[in-house]
Design a binder for this molecule. Structure first.
Ligand code: NAD
Ligand code: UGA
Length: 454
C-alpha cells in the first residue's frame, strides 16, 4: 500500500521504516530540511538501536523515500499518518499547533480518497477536530471539492531505546474510527505485523515474537482509541510514582525497595515491570501526557486526584535527590558534583524532561559546580544550565568530585572502575539514583553509598 508519514521524529521515522520493511511503499515528510538530507544519505538523525540498518535497506529497495514536499507525499499515498510532536503548553494542555498546521496542509493538497491517521498522541476528540480542519482547508484551498477522507486514531506505544523491537513485535495494535472501510484498510496495512508473517533480517535485535504469532488488535471508536493511549501512559506513570512512594517509606522504616519490588512483582496481577524506583519519570511523553489527561478532566469539571498526585510525587522525587545532596554535603556552594547520565533513560539521546536536567539545574542554583557525562548525549541540552560542564570522558567528569550522582542507568556505568573512582574523587559519596550499582562492593571499597528506598 502507499503510505505517507508526516513528521519524521522518533515515532514517524520508526513507523515509516517498519511499514517499508513489511512491504509498503512509504514517503516520509518532514519540514526540517537538514533532517531529510541526512535521511536521504541513510543517516539517522536520532540514536535508536538497529534503525539505521533498516533505513539503509529500505532506501536501497526503493520502498522508502524522504522529502520536505508535503504535496508530493499527500498526493502519492492512500494512507497519511500525522506523527508530529504534541508537547505541553505551560498550563499542561497539549499543544496541537503542529497537528493543526499539518491537517491544514493535508486539506490543501488532498486528492481522491484517503485515510488520515492520527499517530501523534492527541487529546480526546482530536480525531473529529482534525476532520474539521481538513474539511475547512479543502473548502478554502483545494480546487478538488470531491475528495473523500476518513480519520483514524492509531496510537503508538513504542518506547525510546527499544523502538524497533516494540514496533515490529507490539503487544497490541489499536485502531479507532467510525469508518468500517478505513478500519479494514488499516487491518490490511498492518496484516504482516498482526500475523507476524514477515521475515526478520539478521540484525542485532532478536525476533521477539515467533512467526505466525497473532498480535491482538483492539478496534474501537475514535474517542476510545484516543483514551486508551492517555490511560495507558498515565497508568505506567502511576505504577512508577507508586513504587517511588513505597521506596520513600522503605527508607524511613529500613526496608529494601529491591526486595519489596521483587516480592510485589511476582504476583501475576501486579507484574515485575515498571517497578524500578528511582529519580522519577521523565521523557517526551509521560510528563506531557499525564498533564494533558489531567487538563482534559479539568475541562469536564473534574479534579483528577490520582493524576494530580502522581504528578506531585514525581516532582518531589526529583527534589529528594537535591535534598539527599544537601543532607550529605551540608554546604553545596562551591562543591563539585559529578552527574552520570543526561538522557531521560538509557539507550536514547532524548533529553526532553530528563530528571537529570532538573536536578542539575537545582544544584547549580544552590551554587554547586556540575560536571556531567553521558555515553550518547555529547552536547548541552537547551534546558540545561549553561554552567554545567559536559565531560567527554566518564572519569574526567568524576575527577575531584565531592559527590557522584548516577542519574541514568546506562550499561556502561555498571562496570566502572570504582577503585580508580575512589582514588580520583575528592570525597567518597555516591548517590545511586537508579539503584544500579552493587552496593556491597561500593561499601567494601569505602564509599558512602546512598540508593533509593534502601
Ligand atoms: P519528534 O519531535 O521526535 O518528531 C516530530 C517531527 O515532526 C519532527 O521531526 C518535526 O520536524 C516534524 N514536524 C513538525 N511540524 C511539521 C510539519 N508542519 N510538517 C512536517 N513535519 C513536521 O516527536 P516524537 O517523539 O516522534 O513524537 C511524535 C508524537 O508521537 C507525539 O504526539 C508523541 O506524544 C507521540 N509518541 C511519541 C513516542 C516516543 O517515544 N517519542 C511514543 C509514542 C507516541
Ligand atoms: C513511554 C511508554 O513506555 C511507551 O509505551 C509510550 O509509547 C511512550 O512513553 C510515549 O507515549 O511516548 P518512554 O517514554 O520511551 O515510553 O520510556 P519508558 O521506558 O516508559 O520510561 C519513561 C520514564 O519512566 C523514564 O524516565 C524512566 O527512567 C522511568 N521509569 C521507567 C522508572 O523510573 N521506573 C521504571 O520502572 C520504568
Amino acid at each position: 500500500m502507499k503510505v505517507c508519514i508526516i513528521g519524521v521524529g522518533y515515532v514517524g521515522l520508526v513507523t515509516g521504516v517498519c511499514l517499508a520493511e513489511i512491504g509498503h511503499s512509504v514517503i516520509c515528510v518532514d519540514n526540517v530540511e537538514a533532517k531529510i538530507e541526512k535521511l536521504k544519505k541513510a543517516v539517522s538523525p536520532i540514536y535508536e538501536s538497529g534503525l539505521e540498518n533498516f533505513i539503509k535497506k529500505n532506501l536501497k529497495a526503493q520502498r522508502l523515500q524522504f522529502t520536505t514536499d508535503i504535496k508530493y507525499g499527500v498526493q502519492n499515498s492512500e494512507i497519511i499518518f500525522i506523527s508530529v510532536g504534541t508537547p505541553s503548553l505551560s498550563n499542561g494542555q497539549a499543544d496541537l499547533s503542529y497537528v493543526e498546521a499539518v491537517a491544514a496542509e493535508v486539506g490543501k493538497y488532498i486528492n481522491g480518497e484517503k485515510i488520515i491517521v492520527n499517530k501523534s498522541t492527541v487529546p480526546i476528540g482530536s480525531g473529529d477536530w482534525v476532520s474539521m480542519i481538513v474539511s475547512e482547508s479543502i473548502q478554502k484551498n483545494n480546487p478538488d471539492k470531491n475528495v473523500k477522507f476518513s480519520v483514524v486514531s492509531n496510537p503508538e506505544f513504542l518506547r525510546e531505546g527499544s523502538a524497533i523491537g516494540d514496533t515490529f513485535f507490539p503487544d497490541r495494535i489499536v485502531i479507532g474510527s467510525s469508518s468500517k472501510s478505513a478500519i479494514d484498510k488499516m487491518l490490511e496495512l498492518y496484516s504482516p505485523l498482526i500475523d507476524q508473517s514477515f521475515d526478520w533480517p539478521s540484525i542485532d535485535i532478536p525476533r521477539l515474537l515467533p512467526k505466525g504469532h497473532k498480535v491482538p488488535v483492539v478496534v474501537s471508536d475514535l474517542t476510545s482509541a484516543e483514551m486508551i493511549k492517555y490511560a495507558a501512559n498515565s497508568f505506567l506513570a502511576t505504577k512508577i510514582s507508586y513504587i517511588n512512594e513505597i521506596a520513600n517509606i522503605c527508607e524511613k522504616v529500613g526496608a529494601d525497595i529491591l526486595k519489596v519490588a521483587e516480592g510485589m512483582g511476582l504476583d501475576s496481577r501486579i507484574g515485575p515491570k515498571f517497578l524500578s524506583a528511582g529519580i522519577g519519570w521523565g521523557g517526551s511523553c509521560f510528563p506531557k501526557d499525564v498533564s494533558a489527561l489531567a487538563y482534559i478532566a479539568n475541562e469536564y469539571g473534574m479534579s483528577p486526584q490520582i493524576l494530580n498526585s502522581i504528578i506531585n510525587v514525581n516532582r518531589e522525587q526529583r527534589l529528594k535527590i537535591v535534598k539527599k545532596v544537601q543532607d550529605e554535603l551540608k554546604i553545596v556552594k562551591g562543591k563539585t558534583i559529578s552527574v552520570l547520565g543526561i538522557a531521560f533513560k538509557p539507550n536514547t539521546d532524548d533529553t526532553r524532561e530528563a530528571p537529570s536536567i532538573s536536578i542539575m539545574n537545582s544544584l547549580i542554583n544552590l551554587g554547586a559546580r556540575i560536571k556531567a557525562y553521558d555515553p550518547i548525549v555529547k552536547e548541552k541540552p537547551q534546558t540545561l544550565s549553561e554552567k554545567v560542564i559536559i565531560s567527554q570522558d566518564v572519569y574526567d567528569s568524576i575527577k575531584d568530585a565531592d559527590l557522584l550522582i548516577l542519574a541514568t542507568e546506562w550499561d556502561e556505568f555498571k562496570n566502572l572502575d570504582f577503585a580508580k573512582i575512589k582514588s580520583i574523587m575528592n570525597n567518597n559519596i555516591i548517590i545511586d539514583g537508579r539503584n544500579l550499582f552493587d552496593r556491597e562492593k561500593l561499601l567494601k571499597l569505602g564509599f558512602k553509598y546512598i540508593g533509593i528506598g534502601r
